[in-house]
Structures are given as structure tokens and as C-alpha cells.
Design a protein around this ligand. Structure first.
Ligand SMILES: Nc1ncnc2c1ncn2[C@@H]1O[C@H](COP(=O)(O)OP(=O)(O)OP(=O)(O)O)[C@@H](O)[C@H]1O
Ligand SMILES: [Mg+2]
Length: 463
């Protein structure tokens, strides 16, 4: 597969010719001194140095790249006779050389090797060694290593039901999907239901299904999730919110692996794995009579705990997750790859924050920062750790209402931000787009998405 962009350094036209088939865009620099501007402007995926470039110059360039923390694959044509460069090549995994500059087969193989190393390095940075590639759980902390170990053990056993516990935003649904993929494979269904979001009756008929006419609005038969999941997984999110009488019915399913539709008489077999999650302490819920003790013990065979981000045992994942979100977020496609990371102070701020909303909050903070940041590194001024306060500054009558923290979301923040930029720019779209650091096309899309309308100006009196 071709690389997106290759930068060829040197005056030999042949090097450009052999590199061309391996890339969509080819950039060229005559001399090493010319590469720095091009690196900034083109952001290539590989630098190829031709055979005529003096080896010490290449060595100096590589050292400079290293000092600038620019991690970039390198391919050197021709013999490497400089001892410093030889040493460097042995240590730096993403560098390779091709002795015969005309051997396009060897060049292709070298590019493949570089690509593979590059991919492995990226994956190794974010995921634990034994984290299966189908499970994108970022984290290398002690806490995550323990959680992942339990996920594997439970998934490979016949343990059913499975309980996942942790504060809001710690990754319970992600862990549930990991159990599902490792146990059932990605061909089977994963169906999720939030027990806090539905009324008791709706929840019951969603889970078990109902027969036609079993209640007033049941005008047709419905298949419940327990049946729909087949041999896959039913994820019961926030199980602590399930009404007590439904808890009793669920316990029966867990024990007998059978259930009946609401209003039905036929016994249906349940083959699915039931994964439940809770951000409440279920034992405490039992003590205050809101959760059935027998169901609690049935669920608690081998609970998988997910630590909060502020825990000493998980803290080291904060910056790793931040970097992962910077690299993978699609919130602002035109800035992708342009933002390289965090400033040292921003990193410090993130590690000191308490993270009550855990990974979800971190993701939102980073995505908001990507939207606001105009430079290559996210600084403290764009890390809004208390977003509800971001509209307080200079707020006076006629300016947007402060959004209550309970229903604050990234979309709302973005909508407010776009609206503010438009107001500030007097609804001139180009100005507003440049204030936000986005293109006019993106701004138009956001105006449409949020249905923003220019306020009607006061009619001028007719003189
Ligand atoms: N270890 C992780 N690696 C990558 N992304 C993560 C990780 N943990 C959580 N996330 C992301 O954070 C967000 C919240 O995760 P998830 O929905 O799994 O949390 P939760 O514990 O179920 O939250 P809640 O209790 O509020 O339902 C999701 O976007 C998820 O993809
Ligand atoms: Mg969840």
C-alpha cells in the first residue's frame, strides 16, 4: 500500500522516480537544509535521502529531528559508511537503508518494513502488549493491566453473568464490549439497554418482549433483547436502577436460562451472555433495600473493577489517553495531524485534575481543546477543565445563558462557541470561521447542524 506523502532529499532524479510508485504525493528538497520548511508544510510520512547526500549531513539532520521530538520514518539510499550514522540506524527502528538505489523491489520491501514498525510502535504506545488488537482499550497503568487480565479470564470462562463496576466514564461499556468480542466474537450481536432510561414496563418488554394484546398499546408481538441477542451479549447498563420486581425476573433468567415474553406462556431459552454494569456500590444498595441481595451475589462471581482516572494506580494513563484522543479524534478533520501534542504545562494541568467524569470527561476536554487550539500544541488556555464556567467571563445581559452542569455536553459547548464567534464577527462567516480556526465550509456545516439563525436586526425607522 502506498504512503500518503514522501519527501525525497537530493538532486538525483532517479531517486524521485523509484519513490514515486510508493506514494500519493511526492515532495522534493535539493539539500538537507531545505527540508525543515517542507516538513512543516507537507508533514510527510517518510523521508528518503538519496545516495549523494553526505552521510554526516544525514546524521546531523536525524539528530535535529530527534531533538525536535519529530518521530519520522527514514530511508537512506546507498552505502552507509559513517560510523555515527551506522550506530544511529541500529538504534532507531524506523530507519532503513537500500544499498542499490535502483532496486525498486528492495525499496518496496524497506517501505513495508518501515510501515510495519511505524504501526507497531503506534499500537505499542497506547495498548498493553497482551491487549487483543480487536479491543481498543488504551492504558498501560497497573489498574488497567489488572482490569484487562480479569476481562480475559472472565471472557475465556463460562462465567455468566458478568459484572463490571466503576465510576461514570471509566470505560464500563468498552470493557463490556471487550468481554463480548473475546467470548462471542464480533459476528455475534451485542445489544445494550440502559436500565435507568426506561420506565419499569418498557424495560420489561424491551428485555423479555411481549405478545400481541398483552397490554393496551401492544398491537403486535415484540421480540425482546434476551432473544434478539442470540448467542451474543446483552449489556444491562446501570443495573442498580432496575426496579425490584424486574430484578426478581432477571434472577430467574440467570438461574434457569429461560424466560417468557410479557403475556406469553412459552418458555424461551436464553443463550446470551449477560453483562451488567454499575457505577453505584451495589452492596450499599442492598443494605438500603434498593437491590436484591440474591441478585447481587449471583452477579458478583468475578466482578471486573475499573479504577477512576485520579487513582494512583491509573493516573499514568491520563497523558496516554490525552495523546490517543489528540491523534484519533475526528472533531475537526482539517486539524488532524496538525496538533502534535500538549505543552508541558498543559500536561501538568491534566495530571493534577480530579477527573470526576473520568475518561469521557478527558475526551471532551481534549476535543474542545482541538477545536479551540490554533497552534501545534494544546496549551493551558484551551484546556477548559470547568466548561460550565467558560461562558461566565464577560457575561452580561443578552449574552448566552450559563449551561447547567447536569446537561452540559460537548455539542452544547460547540454550539455556544460557534454562536459566540458568529455574534462576535457580526455574522460574517469568513471572520467567524477564522476566529474558530476552521474553514468556511465547516462553519456552514455547523450552522446547519445546530440550526443557528442570525438574529433579526431592529428595523430602522423610516424617516
Ligand atoms: N481505556 C479507554 N481507552 C479508550 N477510550 C476509552 C477508555 N475508557 C473509556 N473510553 C472512552 O470514554 C468514553 C466513556 O466510556 P464508557 O461509555 O465505556 O464509560 P462508562 O463507564 O460506561 O460510563 P457511564 O457510567 O457514564 O455509562 C467512551 O467514549 C469510551 O470510548
Ligand atoms: Mg456506560
Amino acid at each position: 500500500m502506498a504512503l500518503e506523502k514522501i519527501l525525497v532529499v537530493g538532486r538525483q532524479p532517479k531517486t524521485q522516480q523509484v519513490a514515486r510508485p510508493f506514494t500519493k504525493k511526492l515532495y522534493a528538497a535539493d539539500e538537507v537544509a531545505d527540508i525543515w520548511e517542507l516538513l512543516k508544510a507537507a508533514d510527510p510520512n517518510l523521508i528518503v535521502f538519496d545516495a549523494d547526500i553526505p552521510r554526516p549531513q544525514i546524521f546531523d539532520a536525524l539528530r535535529t529531528l530527534q531533538n525536535k521530538s519529530m518521530v519520522l520514518p527514514i530511508l537512506i539510499m546507498g552505502k552507509i559508511d559513517d560510523p555515527d550514522l551506522c550506530q544511529y540506524m541500529q538504534e532507531y527502528e524506523m530507519a532503513d537503508c537500500v544499498e542499490n538505489p535502483e532496486d525498486s523491489g528492495a525499496i518496496g520491501q524497506a517501505i513495508d518494513r518501515i510501515r510495519k514498525n511505524d504501526r507497531d510502535n503506534a499500537a505499542n504506545r497506547f495498548f498493553m502488549e497482551d491487549c487483543p488488537s480487536s479491543v481498543s482499550i488504551v492504558g498501560k497503568s497497573r489498574a488497567m493491566s489488572q482490569s484487562l487480565r480479569l476481562i480475559r479470564i472472565v471472557a475465556q470462562s463460562a462465567c455468566n453473568p458478568v459484572l463490571i463496576v466503576g465510576e461514570t466514564g471509566t470505560g464500563k461499556e468498552l470493557a463490556a464490549r471487550a468481554v463480548h468480542i473475546l467470548r462471542c466474537g464480533s459476528d455475534q450481536k451485542f445489544v445494550a439497554i440502559n436500565c435507568a432510561a426506561l420506565t419499569a414496563n418498557l424495560l420489561e418488554s424491551e428485555l423479555f418482549g411481549h405478545t400481541k394484546g398483552s397490554f393496551t398499546s401492544a398491537d403486535r408481538e415484540k421480540t425482546g433483547l434476551l432473544e434478539l441477542a442470540g448467542s451474543g451479549t446483552v449489556f444491562l447498563d446501570e443495573i442498580s436502577e432496575m426496579p425490584l420486581d424486574l430484578q426478581a425476573k432477571l434472577l430467574r433468567v440467570l438461574q434457569e436460562k429461560k424466560f417468557r415474553k410479557v403475556g406469553g406462556t412459552e418458555e424461551i431459552e436464553c443463550k446470551a451472555t449477560i453483562v451488567a454494569s454499575s457505577n453505584r456500590n451495589l452492596m450499599q444498595e442492598v443494605e438500603i433495600g434498593r437491590f436484591r441481595k440474591d441478585l447481587y451475589y449471583r452477579l458478583c462471581v468475578c466482578p471486573i473493577p475499573l479504577a477512576p482516572l485520579r487513582a494512583e494506580s491509573r493516573k499514568e494513563d491520563i497523558l496516554l489517553l490525552a495523546e490517543y484522543f489528540i491523534q484519533t479524534s475526528n472533531i475537526c478533520p482539517e486539524k488532524r495531524g496538525r496538533i502534535k501534542g500538549l505543552t508541558a504545562m498543559a500536561a501538568e494541568l491534566l495530571t493534577r485534575h480530579h477527573w470526576p467524569g473520568n475518561v469521557r470527561e478527558l475526551r471532551n476536554v481534549i476535543e474542545r481543546a482541538i477545536l479551540l487550539e490554533a497552534s501545534e500544541r494544546i496549551g493551558t488556555s484551551n484546556l477548559l477543565l470547568n466548561p460550565a464556567g467558560m461562558f461566565d467571563q464577560e457575561r452580561s445581559e443578552g449574552q448566552p445563558e450559563r449551561i447547567p452542569i447536569k446537561d452540559f455536553s460537548l455539542e452544547k459547548a460547540e454550539k455556544e462557541l460557534v454562536k459566540r464567534a458568529l455574534d462576535e464577527a457580526g455574522w460574517q462567516k469568513s471572520r467567524a470561521a477564522s476566529l474558530l480556526g476552521i474553514t468556511r465550509a465547516t462553519l456552514y456545516a455547523k450552522v446547519k447542524q445546530y440550526n443557528l439563525q442570525e438574529p433579526i436586526k431592529n428595523p430602522q425607522p423610516v424617516s
